[in-house]
Design a protein. Structure first.
Length: 475
């Protein structure tokens, strides 16, 4: 087996994947804070983690993947400032936090499904691990924490190389973005962070638990250390998240893991971060009203797997700029792939030519290089005269890595009715039947009128194509 190399953010280098437990791969992915719908940028983080998982499975490792659901503790600022995102949304909507969490967790799971992201072995829900968080905090409190009026704080000077992952240090050794010292009265270093936030005297939070440090709630960073340890054991193989987590959240997790394990180990052998999806008009901001989320793709007539393909077209460590034109191009590309698969004759062999396995490996073993994998894949399945056995073999191997569901997806599935459409599918079929009759009667003027009317209503008529018609996605 050739070696899988992954880029480790800790060392900023490609490193061979050497599992902690032979034959296994244990992966932890920082999940969403369920105070709102995820935007499609958030979903890029899970498409990336899913691709990693699929590659590990392809290479034969027994995968245990954990994604957490943060339903408590994440403040509006990643350091210790601001309000709890969940409490804030619950107050805005006049609903209980539990209802908010349930609604947005379900919405997130629907997006996971729409993007054909595989179910992890565990969805760990933060509020279910609070007793374990208290135990973890107790075990490190004496040597690494100090108590203030507002809670229990981690003293970042008690661990070696705090902030090494972020590579941005201030004079006192703190992570440059690790919060401002004046934000919390009594903090010893700017980067110190709360692992337990006490409910202020006289207040009552919707979510609070008793602890040795008073009633309160766990800090966000503590959650991930505790859940990864509980479900994967420390150390485990790979920890993933978006690149913003390289600056505060993951350095803080690492500090806690070092404290917990009593050594320098960061808790995971490899830390991997996807770069951001960016969108210049600000439509990805959750405060922008109608922001870019998977539902909006559907509403505009795009199949969400076109977005998955768009993600795969870029290397996960590159920034990816979102545009509707870019999504349109990915959608056309996806349709071409589906058409190539629909044209295949019955499968007649399962042999995989050696060279196919080689080009698959060449791409994915180099830090999940999906763009060349896609290019070789298309060439293999779309070349007219290539033997169909080979096409099947390629499809069987590569589609499970890409997760585009090409073995099942049909072009009819890809025909998503835009929300703004002013004509129904039944009306389109009736118009097309009338057009067929007009053509049979050689009444071409009538046939053209029907066609023009359909075009004006956003429908493309495709003569000679078994699909017959499709929505025109004018964007
Ligand atoms: P959150 O729910 O804010 O904790 O974010 C969920 C995941 O999305 C985290 O891994 C973030 O790092 C990641 N993320 C946030 N914004 C983007 C973006 N624009 N592009 C890619 N990943 C993002
Ligand atoms: Zn996390």
């Amino acid at each position: 087996m050739s070696e899988l190399k992954l880029f480790n953010s800790l060392t900023r280098q490609l490193e061979p994947f050497v599992p902690v437990h032979s034959g296994e791969a244990r992966v932890y992915t920082c999940g969403p804070t369920v105070y709102n719908y995820p935007h499609i940028g958030n979903m890029r983080a899970y498409v990336f983690a899913d691709t990693l998982g699929r590659v590990l499975s392809y290479k034969g490792y027994k995968l245990t993947h954990v994604i957490n659901i943060t339903d408590v503790g994440h403040l509006t600022d990643d350091a210790d400032a601001g309000e709890d995102k969940m409490e804030k949304m619950a107050a805005e909507k006049a609903q209980s936090i539990w209802d908010i969490a349930k609604h947005y967790t379900e919405a997130y799971w629907a997006d996971i499904k729409a993007l054909n992201i595989r179910q992890p072995a565990h969805w760990s829900i933060a509020t279910k691990y609070v007793p374990a968080m208290i135990d973890f905090a107790k075990s490190i409190a004496d040597a690494h924490c100090y108590e203030l009026e507002s809670g229990l704080y981690f003293d970042t000077s008690t661990v070696a190389n705090y902030g090494a992952l972020a590579r941005a240090k201030t004079e006192d050794g703190a992570n440059a973005q690790g919060g401002r010292i004046e934000e919390v009265e009594g903090k010893r270093h700017a980067a110190d962070f709360a692992i337990w936030r006490k409910t202020p005297a006289g207040e009552k939070r919707q979510m609070e638990w008793d602890s040795p440090w008073g009633k309160g709630a766990p800090g966000w960073h503590l959650e991930c250390s505790v859940m990864s340890e509980a479900l994967l054991g420390l150390p485990f193989d790979i920890h993933t998240g978006g690149i913003d987590h390289r600056e505060i959240h993951h350095p803080n997790e690492i500090a806690q893991n070092q404290a917990r394990c009593g050594g320098d180990h960061s808790g995971a052998n490899i830390w991997m971060h996807n770069n951001f999806l960016i969108e210049r008009s600000g439509k990805m901001s959750k405060s922008s009203g109608e922001f870019l989320r998977v539902q909006l793709l559907f509403d505009n007539g795009f199949h969400p797997l076109a977005y998955r393909l768009m993600c795969l077209q870029a290397h996960y460590r590159s920034e990816l700029e979102f545009s509707w034109e870019g999504l349109q191009a990915a959608f056309v590309r996806l349709k071409r792939m589906v058409m190539a698969v629909e044209k295949l004759p019955e499968r007649n062999s399962n042999e995989v030519p050696e060279e196919v396995l080689m080009w698959i490996d060449q791409a994915i073993l180099q830090d999940l290089n999906t763009p060349p994998l896609l290019a070789s894949f298309e060439l293999a399945i779309q070349t007219k005269h290539a033997p169909s056995e080979e096409k099947w073999a390629v499809l069987d191997r590569v589609d499970p890595i890409l997760g585009l569901n090409l073995l099942r997806l049909t072009r009819t599935d890809l025909r998503i009715r835009p929300k703004a459409a002013i004509i129904t599918e039944a009306e389109i079929e009736t118009a097309l039947a009338a057009r067929k009759e007009a053509r049979a009667a050689k009444d071409f003027a009538k046939s053209d009128t029907i066609r023009d009317d359909l075009i004006a209503k956003g429908v493309e008529v495709m003569d000679g194509d078994p699909l017959g018609w499709d929505w025109r996605l004018d964007i």
